[in-house]
Design a protein around this ligand. Structure first.
Ligand code: PLP
Length: 371
């Protein structure tokens, strides 16, 4: 029995159970389950919350990235520059769009893709840039957008971890014009299943995305172009409308808990805390610290009933799924070193201050032992 789990879905559901039951009840009463009123309302509400012109609901974050890349013109053999330190699904979405992932090493402070490395990775075959707002801390978008402009390339934001995070005061996700969100249950805005969305500012791209998520259909049974089946169902849309109403409050609570961790873990020898850059307001999707004896730290936490995870233990260029790209150990030294030192501590809105203090005390004690 864990003292502090990594996330607590039962607590999350029970906090809004009445609202969820009303939302599900509305869908049951409507007799309409795919692409309907709930989905349309959610798309409007989501776009407005994210400062985007439009949002297109899809079946997962992975497919949101895939469809966004296809919409901006990525096709067979086109190179897409992204981070090697991300969910493998970022790279898999590039493959699904027919593209070829090209990795660029990360910034040692934020672990987001480093703009200088992205500039070096661009070739005549590059078709798009795909930075990830890792752990909910925005990537440094202005220099990345400058690189995109210099080379006439679209930039798609992988905002799958960054719901409500801000870059220079503005919500990320469509600051470049197009970006992808995931509503996997663990995300700051989570469905009761799989779901995702593309945020988009260009009406023509929005029309295209509404086609391609639905098999490329223009009218029923008339398929103007190849698409996929990545529709958002009404049940998840109704559930997500509830979650969206509580997103800012949840993010604010995450910020309080992160502040407790920062206060309690300041000046612990060997421990590196995440930094929030002056341009960024993180949504604290994950609270990731670094320690040279990370594995021993995690083992000690587990003994005390405290959950922890690694996001992510194997950089993409060293994953079997991307072996055909020919990546080798040593290609991206900053990402590789980080992958051996990072550990994500529990942080979720329903966590109590007392639980955060228990985690912090354990980390302090273990770090002192491993120093
Ligand atoms: C969760 C996630 C994805 C994939 O989203 P799914 O909804 O699980 O398909 C892609 N990229 C990043 C950075 C993610 O965190």
């Amino acid at each position: 029995m864990s003292v502090v789990p990594f996330v607590d879905f039962k607590a999350r559901v029970s906090a809004v159970r009445g609202e969820l039951e009303a939302a599900v009840g509305r869908v049951l009463d409507s007799g309409w389950f795919i692409l309907g009123r709930e989905g349309e309302a959610f798309e409007r509400e989501l776009a407005s919350a994210c400062g985007a012109q439009d949002a297109v609901g899809v079946a997962s974050g992975t497919e949101a990235i895939q469809l966004a890349l296809s919409a901006v013109g990525v096709g067979a053999g086109d190179e897409v520059v992204t981070s090697p330190l991300t969910a493998a699904f970022t790279g898999l979405a590039i493959l699904a769009a027919g593209g070829r992932p090209v990795f660029a090493d990360v910034d040692p402070a934020t672990l987001n893709v480093a703009p200088e490395a992205v500039a070096r990775a661009v070739t005549p075959r590059t078709k798009a840039l795909l930075p990830v707002h890792l752990y909910g801390h925005p990537a440094d978008l202005d220099p990345l957008l400058q690189i995109a402009r210099d080379h006439g390339l679209p930039l798609v934001e992988d905002a799958c971890q960054a719901h409500g995070a801000r870059y220079k005061g503005r919500v990320v996700g469509a600051l470049s014009g197009i970006g992808a969100l995931s509503f996997y249950p663990t995300k700051n805005l989570g469905a009761l299943g799989d779901a995702g969305a593309v945020l988009v500012n260009d009406p023509a791209l929005a029309v295209r995305l509404r086609r391609t998520r639905n098999g490329g259909q223009t009218d029923r049974y008339h398929h103007a172009e190849p698409g996929i089946n990545s529709r958002l169902d009404e049940m998840q849309a109704a559930v997500l409308r509830v979650g969206l109403r509580h997103l800012e409050r949840g993010n604010a609570r995450r910020r309080e808990l992160a502040a407790i961790y920062r206060r309690e873990l300041a000046n612990v020898g060997g421990l590196v805390l995440p930094v929030e850059q002056p341009y960024a307001r993180s949504n604290h999707h994950l609270f990731v610290v670094r320690h040279p004896r990370r594995d021993a730290l995690m083992a000690g936490l587990e003994e005390r009933g405290i959950a922890s995870l690694i996001h992510y233990p194997v950089p993409l260029h060293l994953q079997g799924a991307f072996a055909a790209l020919g990546g080798r150990r040593g290609d991206f030294p900053v990402a590789e070193k980080a992958a051996g030192e990072i550990v994500s501590l529990p942080l979720y809105p329903e966590m109590t201050d007392a639980q955060a203090l228990v985690v912090a005390a354990a980390v302090r004690e273990l770090a002192a032992r491993e120093a």
